[in-house]
Design a protein around this ligand. Structure first.
Ligand code: DC
Length: 222
């Protein structure tokens, strides 16, 4: 067992409940939370600001390697700046999915993610944590939910922030993003070997938190 707790890898498609569940479990266990999607979102946002195209893998990779990433109280800071909600817009979601397909970007972020998890006692959530970043994580979970349930959650999130959206639009966007994430050549979204599959459709958050915390507790005592 690691001195400061185990590594918990949580993967799954958009809207499966990764962020909410990861945050709650990290809080409950006193673990650090690393939202790796925020890193890809930040790359998309910074590229936009600097006039780098989302399909220019070489330029994106070079830019990513120069950025300093840190999570402070669970919030991402890039070169000391906290982008906050600017990471969560529909445009940045699409950009994140696009930039994440480039091997240069994934390579630049791999070391960042491994550094962030090195000491254990950490929940990392993303798409390839259990398959690529930490294939030896003590706990690997693959979260799923139906497309409709995922679109409902995402729609509520967007409307709460005042972004005009429709259920059909969000459903289409989620399916397009899944397809890109699953079909890309590098580190596609896939369930890791040895991962526990958890379907969050219709489940209460509390019961999921209990179930996952119990899985982590078992792994931490082995
Ligand atoms: O989890 P999220 O929606 O914030 O992720 C945004 C995008 O980043 C998602 O479409 C795919 C990509 N991503 C990835 O490729 N690998 C990760 N570990 C996390 C996110």
């Amino acid at each position: 067992m690691r001195a400061r707790g185990v590594i918990v890898a949580i993967d799954g498609p958009a809207g499966a409940g990764k962020s909410t569940l990861s945050r709650r479990v990290a809080d409950k266990l006193g673990y650090t939370l690393v939202d790796t999607g925020a890193l890809y979102r930040a790359v998309a946002l910074w590229a936009r600001r600097r006039g780098i195209a989302w399909d220019d893998g070489a330029a994106l990779g070079a830019m990513t390697a120069t950025l300093g990433f840190a999570f402070v109280d669970g919030a991402l800071e890039v070169d000391g700046e906290r982008p906050g909600d600017a990471l969560r817009t529909s445009e940045t979601s699409t950009g994140a999915s696009r930039v994440s397909a480039h091997p240069e970007v994934r390579a630049a972020l791999l070391g960042v993610q491994r550094d962030l998890g090195r000491d254990g006692g950490v929940v990392l959530e993303g798409r390839d944590i259990g398959t690529v970043v930490y294939p030896d994580a003590e706990v690997k979970v693959f979260l799923v939910a139906t497309d409709e349930e995922r679109a409902r959650r995402r729609l509520a999130e967007l409307l709460a922030r005042g972004e005009a959206s429709t259920f059909e639009g969000v459903l289409e966007e989620i399916r397009a993003r899944d397809k890109r994430d699953e079909e890309r050549a590098v580190a596609p979204l896939r369930m890791a070997k040895g991962a526990v599959r958890l379907d969050t459709t219709g489940r209460s958050l509390d019961s999921l938190v209990e179930e996952l915390a119990a899985i982590v507790a078992r792994a931490a005592t082995h």
